[in-house]
Design a protein around this ligand. Sequence first.
Ligand SMILES: Nc1nc2c(ncn2[C@@H]2O[C@H](COP(=O)(O)OP(=O)(O)OP(=O)(O)O)[C@@H](O)[C@H]2O)c(=O)[nH]1
Ligand SMILES: [Mg+2]
Length: 366
Amino acid sequence: MEREPAGHSARHMAELTSLIQADGGTVVETLTLKVRTPNSSTLLGSGQISRLGEAAEKCNADVVVVNRELNPQQQRNIETVIDQRRIIDRTRLIIDIFARHASSREGKLEVEDALLRYMLPRLTGKGIVMSQTGGGVGTRGPGETKLEMDKRRIKERLGRNKQLIETMKKQRLVQHGRRNRTGIPLVSLVGYTSAGKSTLLNTFTGAGVRSSENLFTTLDPISRKLHLENGNYAIITDTVGFIDDLPIQLIKAFRTTLEDVAKSDLLLLVVDVSKPDYEDDIRVVRNVLGEIDADKIATIYVFNKADKIDNSISLKSLTNMYGRSILVSALQGTGIEELKNMILMELMLKKHGSDIRDNNELYGTV
Ligand SMILES: Nc1nc2c(ncn2[C@@H]2O[C@H](COP(=O)(O)OP(=O)(O)OP(=O)(O)O)[C@@H](O)[C@H]2O)c(=O)[nH]1
Ligand SMILES: [Mg+2]
């Protein structure tokens, strides 16, 4: 089910379909409903809920996905009307996909963090919540209701997760060669999910990272050495992709990962230029970068999947619009050497200011 406004309806519906597929589902029916004045307790009007129920009944859907965040009351009320079917909202769907793809202990903890934050305002006190999150048996404090106890235990668990995530982050930094002390430059791949960040990392370094057409394939950050000319090198990190309305719970949960992006010397903002709405993707990515204080970092716009476009998009117009830009095909390897040269130039500029002619060495040789 689509949300308002109707302007970007096709983009949102196509993306919702991809999200459902990434969560292992199949879309059997779509319905676009205009919500002019959202009803605070049901979001939709009663006639709209009936239409939704009938459509779900007709195609025998197991789950109804609503493409916006529902508050707990709206969710319960819609569920009551549309009997026998699970209703999930966009936020829960994205958290579920993250849960499927998290593989490291850190990633799993981050997803649990997001799920707990999502559940906190949705607790009913019926006692099902803690069993879903794997909590142990606790005792109720004096005068504490079941609901208060569940809330307290979730908050305690969030606090414990935060400490564990911090500890793991420190270990990760140590493992990655005490980068700050050695002054090796850090380059981060950022971009909309499925833009081709992991494919680019593989082409650059032969990293063998999993890439797929599914959204949010990569969650755990992966760092590799990127060899540049004259024996120079940088550390390049592939990280979680962004999306329109990335749930705030996930931004909070992935804060340690995103903090690493904010510490980069250079960002490669990877764009799938073969998407008709790639400009919207760039806007979304720039917004998230702003939220994590990474929007002032030097950026090269890497327009990827150039093998899929005709000649209507020129590098000149992209450069005019976005600044430092390059057209590449990470899959076919075109433009990659040129991109490496651009990276070296940018890093030298950052280290030596504009006077780079006498400093053709970046950080020593390997
Ligand atoms: N035609 C074409 N396809 C590409 C290119 N680069 C990546 N792809 C495809 O695009 C899809 C997504 O690529 P990934 O590298 O997994 O994208 P990602 O940005 O890492 O995505 P997430 O980790 O899911 O956020 C895969 O099916 C790739 O094969 C390219 O240059 N040309
Ligand atoms: Mg990836």
